[in-house]
Design a protein around this ligand. Structure first.
Ligand code: GCB
Length: 720
């Protein structure tokens, strides 16, 4: 019999310069400083020590320690003997300690998250927590047992081949063990074989996404009593340049979110409770896919994805910056990811890398990708490989062809450019590469729910702009069913120690839900209205925006119902038919109760008319920027600041005016403007931006309003 002893409690934790303390797992030493951009978090080597008695073993039995996640590097010592060194903070690894056991044992794990040039990730927009942050077990197995050590394997692999008509499935079960035969049982049928068996299922119950994620269980048993089991799903996945993703032969556009695993106050040291809560929120929004970024997540989470029918993009942390010395580590992390996650029906692809070419291409980088890609195909011929590309990557780059399918991270309308450029980028790319399977792996905008605006602008960190942004992006993805998957960046705010912006230190606030999971931002309800078909609801946006200086306020309602009626102080203002987003104009005079109703569902907020904009709502504490050119009417037969850079550059006279001001602006700001000259993708992106947008982003300090007026007056004199 296999015995699993939980090693959660009673560890002695030693961090240099601090008194020893006792801790329980899961544990990270960066639970607090990892989310505080003001103080750099601690990266170094700390150790965990645990005393334990000799476990009872059958004659010839083995005792194996299981580490579910040690970030980022671990050295395992038992009774003074160094037994293992493991690199990579996100995968399971196991260490056989049988030969050094005594009656009383001392286990020490030195865990290191310090900077180096070999182990991924080293440069990325998230905190690299250190610690034994998942859990540790001692597994005791009989002499004859399933493999435990090799790449953290479970010792059982299931591969399903489903016939084209979905009527029959061949289920191949392979096992790894040191015995001479094994009994494999599936659906009441037991086969006694050397290591692998094939079962046939007629009319199998399919694993069919969120609607019906049916799971089968297969068990393997050795005569000596060791036993393993795994669940699996019977499903067919397909990827088509025009139809997008197919599940069980039908188009099934994957629409969902990305998830980082950490949480406020806990860092990455989570329990099943937190994983379940995250899954509940992802289910509430109605997503059918999760990108588990940017590394291997806890097995519990992949299990939840299997259980609830989420299709998963799984990846390793080969991100942002290619390291010449990191090749072996990418291969190791990928081998472990695939070995440990192979049986999860939820996983539909393996992500090789994320925005890896942003610091430039090299032969070594290409070779690294080719090796990774070949490794994935060797270990798993059933799933395609993918990559997440930054928009700056040359669309003809040979890197794109390495993976089977691809995906773009686009932030037009947030970091750069106009919202519409997301649409045009994807359309042009699709047109130019009709044979490529294209996804949209990241898009998002930061929002601190404290900040609100009647005039939302890109870069203002308001909850209001996040809504404007996602309303556009939702439409963009709805109109493009050929996108095999789309993932909002991100479902949850997460720790990014390098950041200090938008009123919070050390956080990326692109989440639809806050870092503590307590507040669902308005944009959460936008997606819920579009995607959640199970739970009728209605939501009024702007509940944190109580003081309003406008005479007539815009009130937006998100709902999966229609029609929606808006009431002010009990009086019906208007009823609207529609889908997802319902926008109303509400006159304000004092304090008002605003109520929205659809059938029996209702939501209400209170707003107050105030004379001046409440500066607490503004991150910059300047209030919403009212530019004269927002309201102005320009002669459209002549050039104006409203034209795109590309249009303006097309006329030599207009170009001269624009270039003069851009040269000046470049001197004070504009990394983008500078690098644009050498990067065609950036040049193209700039050409699609309106001059007005660029001037707004540059701000008053760089180009004063009077100068903008002057430039515009000059442009308006040039006929198109
Ligand atoms: C990206 C990265 C992701 C960042 C995100 C952002 O492209 O892949 O790791 O967090 O952008 O918010 O800037």
């Amino acid at each position: 019999m296999r015995k699993i002893i939980d090693f959660t409690d009673n560890w002695l934790f030693t961090k240099p310069g601090e008194p020893q303390k006792s801790v329980n797992l899961p544990h990270t030493w960066n639970a607090v400083d990892g989310q505080d951009g003001g103080n750099d978090y601690w990266r170094g080597t700390a150790s965990y020590t645990k005393l334990f008695p000799r476990p009872a073993l059958e004659p010839g039995g083995r005792a194996v320690l299981e580490f579910l996640g040690a970030a980022m590097t671990a050295d395992v010592t038992v009774n003074g003997k160094h037994l293992a060194h493991h690199e990579g903070g996100y995968s399971t690894f196991r260490v056989d300690i049988t030969d050094v056991l005594r009656d009383e044992n001392t286990l020490t794990v030195a865990v290191d998250n310090s900077e180096n040039d070999r182990i991924y990730p080293q440069k990325a927009d998230f905190t690299f927590y250190g610690g034994l942050y998942r859990g540790v077990n001692l597994i005791c197995v009989p002499e004859e047992h399933f493999e435990l050590i090799k790449d953290g394997t479970l010792g059982i692999f299931v591969t399903v081949e489903l016939s084209d008509d979905l009527k029959t499935a061949a289920v191949k079960v392979e096992t790894q063990h040191n015995g001479s035969e094994v009994e494999i049982t599936l659906c009441g049928e037991t086969k006694c074989v050397k290591s692998g068996a094939e079962f046939k299922l007629d009319n199998p119950h399919l694993w069919d996404g969120t609607e019906d994620p049916y799971l089968y269980t297969v068990t393997a048993r050795l005569p000596g009593g060791d036993e393993v089991s795994t669940h699996f799903g019977v499903r067919k996945i397909g990827f088509d340049p025009n139809l997008g993703f197919l599940l069980n032969n039908r188009p099934y556009p994957l629409r969902g979110v990305s998830r980082h695993q950490d949480r406020e106050g806990l860092g990455n040291a989570l329990t099943v409770k937190e994983h379940r809560e995250d899954m509940e929120l992802i289910r509430e929004i109605g997503a059918n896919t999760v990108r588990l970024a940017h590394y291997q997540h806890a097995q519990e989470f992949y299990d939840l994805c299997d259980e609830y029918g989420m299709c998963v993009w799984a990846e390793i942390p080969y991100i942002t910056h290619h390291m010449e010395k990191g090749r072996q580590n990418t291969l190791d992390q990928m081998r472990e990811l695939i070995t440990q996650c192979y049986n999860h029906p939820s996983i539909v692809c393996w992500g090789l890398s994320n925005e890896i070419a942003v610091h430039g291409m090299s032969e070594d980088l290409m070779e690294n990708h080719q090796l990774l890609n070949a490794l994935c195909h060797k270990l798993d011929p059933t799933r395609p490989t993918t990559m997440a590309h930054a928009f700056m990557l040359d669309q003809d780059s040979p890197l794109i062809d390495v993976a089977d399918i691809g995906s773009w991270n686009l932030y037009f309308g947030w970091y750069l450019g106009e919202l519409e450029q997301n649409d045009s980028f994807l359309d042009e790319y699709h047109r130019k590469h009709p044979d490529r399977v294209i996804g949209f792996s990241e898009y998002g905008a930061d929002a601190n729910p404290r900040f609100q605006s009647p005039r939302p602008e890109s870069g203002d960190y308001t909850e209001s702009y996040q809504c404007v942004y996602h309303e556009h992006l939702l439409k963009c993805i709805e109109e493009r069913p050929w996108l095999w998957a789309t993932h909002v960046w991100n479902m949850f705010d997460f720790a990014a120690d390098g950041r200090n912006e938008g009123g919070k230190d050390g956080q990326n606030q692109k989440g639809l839900v806050t870092f503590d999971r307590k507040l669902k931002k308005d944009a959460f309800y936008l997606y819920k209205a579009a995607w959640n078909k199970r739970e009728p609801f209605i939501h009024i946006c702007g509940r944190r925006y109580a003081d309003r200086a406008e005479d007539v306020a815009e009130v937006k309602v998100y709902s999966n119902l229609s029609p929606v009626t808006l009431y002010e102080d009990g009086k019906a203002l208007e009823t609207k038919d529609g889908r997802t987003v319902f926008t109303f104009k509400v006159p304000l005079t004092g304090e008002h109760m605003i109520e929205a109703k659809a059938g029996e569902y209702t939501d209400r907020i209170t707003v107050r008319k105030v004379s001046e904009f409440n500066m607490d709502y503004s991150f910059s504490r300047k209030g919403p920027v009212a530019n004269w050119f927002d309201e102005a009417d320009f002669d459209s037969s002549c050039y104006s600041i409203r034209d795109t850079m590309g249009t303006l550059q097309g006329n030599p006279e207009a170009a001269a005016i624009v270039n003069e001001i851009m040269t000046k602006a470049r001197a004070s700001r504009g990394e983008v403007a500078q690098s644009a000259s050498s990067n065609p993708a950036l040049q193209k992106m700039m050409a699609g931006m309106s001059f007005e947008g660029i001037l707004k982003k540059a701000g008053e300090n760089v180009v004063p309003a009077a100068t903008v007026r002057e430039i515009n007056a000059k442009l308006q004199k040039i006929r198109k």
